[in-house]
Write a protein that binds this ligand. Structure first.
Ligand code: C5P
Length: 233
């Protein structure tokens, strides 16, 4: 599994994302495009970033009936992205539809990662709003197993859950972990955080890092530091 740092490009416009990426000159970091940028600029932003040579994690978190998700995933697969995601809560039929839609005629496909419970959901809101009364850690692990059995490649999870996900679903089941901060950095609104080197030690496969890189005085140096700590390059 290729360990890598994925930069969360949480920008509002094409101009902002390109002025950020231009700073990297020769380097081509793996980037995450989320709903804000995608909805603002449409699929052309994905094609343009891809044409510049970046790998792309398209973080659109699909969740709908299986037929709709299958068709939407077919469109995303044709955009030639490297990683996409959907909600495990869509259940097995939707996850299988997603996989089917993503798979290209030649059998290749982007990696498909499941969202388990969002980290913004806590035990109280899960019980009250979703009527799920099991401990949230068990729910997350159950969703990971459902995703694995449906044939997905991994899950987005907190770095604190990555070790357990690997123990339950195997070391090849990919963990993509946000909530990463430098030991000497600001936490911002992230509550449960790990440093890149801690994330490496507990076995995260990919870390998703946004503001510690995008808001840094020297984003390229912050990215290089992240790669050095996480991948050891
Ligand atoms: O700026 P920061 O490093 O906190 O960015 C983390 C990125 O990962 C953001 O794009 C955020 O939406 C995403 N994310 C997260 N926690 C999750 C799932 C996604 O922080 N559980």
């Amino acid at each position: 599994m290729g360990k890598d740092v994925i930069i969360a490009c949480d920008f509002a416009s094409r101009e902002q994302v390109f002025s950020f990426l231009d700073k990297f000159e020769g380097r081509k970091p793996f980037v995450k495009i989320g709903m804000e940028l995608f909805y603002a600029e449409g699929p052309s932003i994905v094609r343009e970033i891809k044409a510049r040579g970046h790998k792309i994690f398209l973080d659109l978190k699909l969740h709908d009936i299986p037929n709709t998700v299958e068709k939407a995933m077919r469109v995303l697969s044709n955009l030639d992205v490297d990683m996409v995601n959907c909600h495990a809560a869509g259940t097995t039929a939707m996850l299988q539809g997603a996989l089917k839609g993503l798979t290209r005629a030649d059998g290749t496909r982007p990696m498909l990662i499941a969202v388990t419970q969002l980290t913004s959901t806590d035990q109280a809101s899960m019980e009250k709003d979703l009527l799920i009364e099991k401990p949230i850690a068990d729910v997350v692990m159950h969703y990971a197993k459902v995703a694995k059995e449906a044939g997905l490649d991994g899950v987005v999870c907190s770095p604190l859950e990555a070790e357990k996900v690997h123990a339950n679903c195997g070391k090849d089941f990919v963990t993509v972990t946000p909530g990463v901060r430098f030991a000497d950095g600001e936490k911002g609104d992230q509550k449960r955080v790990m440093t890149p080197s801690e994330a490496r030690k507990i076995g995260s496969d990919y870390i998703v890092v946004g503001r510690p890189i995008t808001q840094a005085e020297d984003p390229v140096a912050a990215y290089e530091r992240c790669v050095k700590e996480f991948v050891g390059e």
